[in-house]
Design a protein around this ligand. Sequence first.
Ligand SMILES: [Zn+2]
Length: 72
Amino acid sequence: MKKSYKIDVDCANCAAKMEDAANRTPGVKEAVVNFMLLKMNVTFEEGADPKAVMQEVLKNCKKVESDCEIFL
Ligand SMILES: [Zn+2]
């Protein structure tokens, strides 16, 4: 399953940090952040609950970049 989320982040460097944090989150198969479009595309692992996984993704992103936001 693949979903797209609107994000807010101040620069490409922080966007890359968000992408790393998302990819390290269990349940995420692949996360790709597009800084130009301010979007995060997430492919979820088979059987993962996107809502629950994205709560963790948001937590992990906030740890590396407190100013970022993912609009869930
Ligand atoms: Zn930044």
